[in-house]
Design a protein around this ligand. Structure first.
Ligand SMILES: Nc1nc2c(ncn2[C@@H]2O[C@H](COP(=O)(O)OP(=O)(O)OP(=O)(O)O)[C@@H](O)[C@H]2O)c(=O)[nH]1
Ligand SMILES: [Mg+2]
Length: 549
């Protein structure tokens, strides 16, 4: 080697090392997490307050605000604002104290749970919100089970301490008993209900007394003091102060200590108390989140675990959503970056299509707002405008082709005929339906009766039908009529063409085809399904179309 060549090789090596150290630094400061729970526990309110305290919004909006008040950022869809519930998960990226946070606010209603489950595939950590008066509710339990299966670490925020009197000890006990997981409080409420005043930060040994302000739109004043501060008895009131001292003493003696390894393994949850509506305990929770939530780690693929610091970029699509911005009316694919550095216009391999594609126009997402970005790192959720190239579950990668685990698809349980009485709007109707199917909101089938080729839409829950009709109206200008059907399940019929000719359909069974013309049967009851399979032993009846799931 000549001296020139050696110098050149060294420069190249240094550039690689530097790029890698940038990559590692960027990974270390990413926190990607979902907020999950039963409906109404306060996920969207907590999300809004985390944005407020991180400085990502100037004034906090409300879920069901007064007419003059801003609306919560993450409930951006018209129907969410009208009804005060979350319908679709929302991605919000923002910076706080040198960290880059990717927050995903999810809907709690079980009819939208498929979206929430998909979102859980894309995060490294979850915040479980509990309503202090209600404890562990059924949907929270289901979502917790998903986190446990995937070993997702969970932080618990017990919300609405201002709302009703509650016993924090019994709430901890309920978490441990119902979820069979360790629960270690990292702060402790001072009073509850109308007497809720603040929290005691257990590791920091600091009393934080908050003041209520008008609707918690702004950060609230906080008074901090040590537990043995002589003025505290007067400030908190003698009874509340004594109660706090007694609880802290009890916790010192009996509480199980926080163990980071057990938390990361999903075996123990740190518990925080507060009130998202009043901003009590939100800021200390945000601080704790930065230090407890893990940065992106290795992710399982068909080629084994992929190191986020690998040189090769990889990521997968976990969500598709159209018409987020009324000005653009386009479709956005949400990609979770899993490894490597992503740069704008990068050429990557798309294994499902079997070809290279150019990843143009990446966006940072902040609910329905977007800004173009030049690069992204593991942990980031990046929005790409989707001209039909991406489907939920697609992996994209540079380097050796790989696949991340399939994104779950739920079996639909509700079926309905959907008609569009305005013939002139057929094109919009059909486009809207296709879009909603691509988003995974519904599945579409057609009866085998060619003369009456009306779509049958199928969803996980009834409420999705209302969403479909409202969105077709708002986004595609199509009024539709919906006629509920008694069917509760679908099976794909796997049989050769010759065998198909021999199949017979019992009275209650409705044969139909999916979008790709594959044969399915819609059944009303489990009994009907079993009977149909018994009289057609020559075919297989599957929960998923062949080759998927
Ligand atoms: N009293 C009280 N009410 C709260 C608190 N946090 C949220 N709420 C109220 O609880 C209701 C539900 O809040 P959301 O934030 O929409 O709950 P969510 O968990 O996002 O609900 P979904 O997304 O529909 O599952 C709203 O009316 C909030 O104002 C709190 O700390 N105290
Ligand atoms: Mg919500």
């Amino acid at each position: 080697m000549t001296t020139g060549e050696i110098i050149e090789a060294n420069i190249e090596r240094d550039a690689v090392l530097e790029a890698n150290s940038t990559l590692r630094h960027e990974i270390a400061r990413r926190r990607t997490f979902a907020i999950i729970s039963h409906p109404d526990a306060g996920k969207t309110t907590l999300t809004e307050k985390l944005l407020l305290y991180a400085g990502a919004v100037e004034l906090a909006g409300a879920v069901r605000g007064r007419k003059t008040q801003r609306h919560a950022t993450s409930d951006w869809m018209a129907m969410e604002r009208d009804r005060g519930i979350s319908i679709t998960s929302t991605a919000l990226q923002f910076d706080y104290q040198g960290y880059r946070l990717n927050l995903l606010d999810t809907p709690g209603h079980q009819d939208f749970s498929e979206d929430t489950y998909r979102t859980l595939m894309a995060v490294d950590c979850a915040i479980m919100v509990l309503d202090a008066a209600k404890g562990i509710e059924p949907q929270t339990l289901k979502l917790f089970e998903v986190c446990r299966m995937r070993h997702i670490p969970i932080l618990t925020f017990i919300n609405k301490l201002d709302h009703a009197e509650c016993d924090p000890f019994s709430l901890l006990d309920e978490i441990e008993r119902v979820l069979t997981i360790g629960a270690t409080p990292l702060n402790w409420p001072i009073g509850s209900g109308s007497l809720f005043q603040g929290v005691y930060d257990l590791p920091g040994q600091q009393v934080l007394r908050f003041e209520r302000s008008s609707h918690g739109q702004n950060r609230v004043p906080v008074y901090a003091a040590a537990l043995d501060d002589p003025s505290l008895s007067e400030i908190l009131g003698a009874r509340a102060y004594q109660q706090l001292r007694d609880s802290v003493e009890l916790l010192d003696g009996a509480g199980s200590p926080f163990d980071m390894q057990r938390f990361l393994a999903g075996d123990l949850t740190p518990v925080f108390f507060g009130s998202a509506l009043n901003n009590f305990g939100v800021e200390p929770f945000l601080q704790a989140l930065l230090h407890l939530a893990p940065p992106p780690g290795p992710r399982e693929s068909n080629r084994g675990a992929i190191d986020p610091a690998s040189e090769d970029f990889s990521g997968f699509v976990f969500k598709i959503q159209a018409n987020m911005d009324p000005l653009h009316r386009d479709c956005m694919a949400f990609v979770r970056v899993c490894s490597g550095r992503f740069t704008r216009d990068m050429q990557v391999f798309h294994p499902r299509l079997g070809r290279m594609i150019r990843m143009a126009r990446p966006h940072r997402l902040f609910a329905s707002e977007r800004t173009t970005i030049d690069e992204a790192f593991p942990g980031d959720v990046v929005g790409f405008t989707n001209p039909g190239v991406f489907a939920i579950g697609d992996t994209v990668c540079s380097g050796i082709p790989l696949h991340y685990a399939a994104v779950p698809r739920f079996a639909p349980e509700c079926f309905a005929r959907l008609t569009n009485p305005q013939v002139s709007r057929y094109k919009q109707f059909s486009k809207g339906l296709g879009q909603l199917e691509a988003e995974g909101v519904i599945q579409i089938f057609y009866t085998t009766d060619r003369a009456r080729r009306e779509p049958i839409i199928a969803a996980v829950g009834e409420l999705q039908f209302e969403v479909v009709q409202a969105r077709l109206q708002a986004e595609y200008g199509v009024e539709t009529r919906l006629e509920r059907m008694p069917h509760t399940m679908v099976r794909w019929v796997i049989a050769s063409d010759a065998v198909r000719e021999t199949l017979t359909w019992p009275l209650q069974i409705m044969p139909a085809t999916d979008q790709e013309d594959r044969l399915v049967v819609l059944c009303i009851s489990e009994w009907d399904r079993a009977y149909c399979e018994r009289v057609n032993p020559q075919a297989r009846f599957e929960l998923q179309p062949h080759g998927i799931g």
